[in-house]
Design a protein around this ligand. Structure first.
Ligand code: GEM
Ligand code: ZN
Length: 382
């Protein structure tokens, strides 16, 4: 008699977790569905752990509703990330048939995690907040609060000396874009290492940092929205304390301190490259801003192979920018260099890494590279 394989135990009841089990009785056809964001139709982010596996037996996992996700075309060319220890993540070849996403593995161990991207877990987030606050010279300038009451600290590296340029970096308005907080960990790394280029930067400028703008969404395993189902990157013209307190807080602080450079850190589901989007469609767009954008992107291309300018979003037509987006709203409001930085959920095909694709470590390194470019650009910002 064939011993029936024990039913695989699929769990997502942890921070950043997201999966619904449809039928896990057949190890060769484990049927799952991604849960939509709270009070929103958006979904694409998934993260779950499979337990009770027989090492070396082959298992196939099926995300049944991938075809109804927010960016269904993004599954083509996408490979799932997996980890046995939740620290070392690798890619598992995945197939999309226009409806479901499938991936198979003969695991080395009895437990394995799968996710849309290397998750930035709540424990690491809280450790990062503590690391940042403990840095010499770092100030906790203000404490915002998410809709569900999670802290959103505004850190400033710098003492507010008059005449220094004010450089703002915020991350993960879209909570499923976990590469964004990996990037911000790279910012904290660079501050902690305090290399000569960083010291030179801090002679001329101050860094205003919000390491994760949407902690509620990240906790709940959302792709795109906050706890009220709002897309924070569409709230920059009408943010309220009641529905979008996260954006309301950042905007209030920007108005209080001023902005000379703004980088809004995101991830992109479809385009397998690192790129930026800028403010070319803003009413106040000028040759000065265009020149700063061009100089920044050219310098970042020269700084790292993990950036390129060929692939990206279509440029907005003059005067046609969506001013509800942070990048456009802040670029217009402060007449400053303002960019959306996009890192891929897939890989950066200009310098691919087949084992990991784009990863947390590459996001952290990109932050170091970007800040070195910013350090060179500070004198030109105004
Ligand atoms: C994007 S930002 C879209 C920018 N588009 C153009 N053409 N400038 C969003 O919010 O949709 C950022 C993201 O989600 O990663
Ligand atoms: Zn985004």
């Amino acid at each position: 008699m064939h011993a029936t394989a024990p039913i695989v135990d699929i769990r997502a009841d942890f921070d950043t977790g997201n999966i619904q089990v449809l039928d896990a009785s057949d190890p060769t056809d484990i049927r799952l569905a991604i849960r939509p964001d709270t009070r929103s139709g958006h979904f694409q982010w998934f993260h779950f752990r499979a337990k009770g596996l027989q090492p070396q037996q082959r298992y196939t996992f099926v995300l049944d509703n991938a075809g109804q996700s927010s960016y269904p075309n993004a599954w083509a060319g996408y490979d799932t990330v997996a980890s046995y220890d939740q620290f070392n993540w690798f890619r598992v070849p995945s197939e999309y048939d226009g409806q479901a996403l499938r991936f198979s593995i003969a695991p080395e161990h009895s437990e394995i995690s799968f996710a849309y991207f290397e998750p930035y877990r709540e424990a690491r987030h809280l450790q990062l907040l503590a690391r940042a606050q403990a840095l010499p010279g770092m100030q906790l300038l203000a404490q915002g609060s998410s809709l569900e009451g999670r802290e959103i600290p505004l850190f400033r590296m710098g003492d507010g000396t008059a005449g220094k340029r004010k450089l703002w970096l915020i991350a993960q308005q879209h909570p499923g874009e976990h590469m964004a907080e990996w990037f911000m960990e790279g910012v904290v790394d660079a501050l902690e290492q305090s290399k000569p280029w960083m010291q030179a930067l801090l002679q001329q400028a101050e860094l205003y940092l919000v390491l994760n703008v949407n902690p509620d969404g990240a906790f709940h395993g959302h792709l795109r929205t906050n706890a009220a189902g709002r897309d924070l990157n569409r709230a920059w013209q009408d943010a309220t304390r009641e529905e979008t307190p996260e954006v309301h807080f950042v905007l209030e602080q920007m108005d209080r301190y001023g902005v000379d450079l703004f980088v809004d850190v995101h991830g992109d589901e479809e385009i397998p490259h690192v790129f930026t989007a800028a403010c070319e469609g803003n009413p106040g767009y000028s040759p000065r801003i265009a020149g700063l954008e061009s100089a920044f992107c050219q310098a970042l291309c020269e700084q790292t192979a993990d950036f390129q300018q060929t692939h990206g979003y279509n440029r907005d037509l003059p005067g046609q920018a969506n001013m509800r987006l942070a990048c456009n709203a802040i670029g217009q409001r402060f007449d400053c260099l303002s960019l959306t930085l996009e890192m891929p959920f897939k890989d950066h095909l200009d310098a691919p890494d087949p084992r990991t694709g784009w990863s947390g470590a590459r996001s952290r390194q990109l932050a170091q590279d970007l800040l070195q470019v910013v350090a060179q650009m500070v004198p030109q910002l105004r």
